[in-house]
Design a protein. Structure first.
Length: 133
């Protein structure tokens, strides 16, 4: 077994200081060390937890994690702390309801409350004409 270099020893000591959420993902082999290193540098707990949950569910490359961290750092510089909204807060704001007009009566309708009817164009015209009467 090859002994660790001073650099490797320092890196391991640094890793011991990483937040638990990042270390847990690393231990579960959900992320790489390179990804963990970038996530650990995000000091805003709620934002880091959000990114960790996304990384766990979807996977993430080191390059993407680097971009996440850089974007977070830029946001820290330009956004007033009182106006910050973390992704966690956005998610908890409630479900989004998409409304579309009903093809027959035109009333606004929740997309989840619609039906798809596959018909040929001549039949669709007939249905629309019948509905208009």
């Amino acid at each position: 077994v090859k002994p660790l270099s001073n650099c490797e020893k320092r890196e391991r000591a640094d890793m011991a200081q990483w937040p638990d959420d990042v270390l847990d993902l690393l231990q579960e082999k959900e992320i790489s060390i390179a990804v963990g290193k970038e996530l650990a540098r995000i000091t805003e707990d709620s934002h880091r937890r959000y990114l960790c949950s996304f990384a766990k569910g979807n996977g993430v490359s080191a390059h993407t994690a680097l971009n996440w961290r850089l974007q977070w750092e830029m946001d820290q510089e330009r956004i007033d702390p009182e106006e910050r909204r973390t992704p966690q807060q956005i998610i908890e704001s409630g479900p989004i309801v998409i409304m579309i007009p009903c093809s027959t009566c035109g009333d606004p309708t929740d997309l989840n409350q619609t039906e798809i009817l596959r018909v040929c164009k001549p039949c669709a015209i007939e249905i629309k004409n019948a509905a208009a009467q």
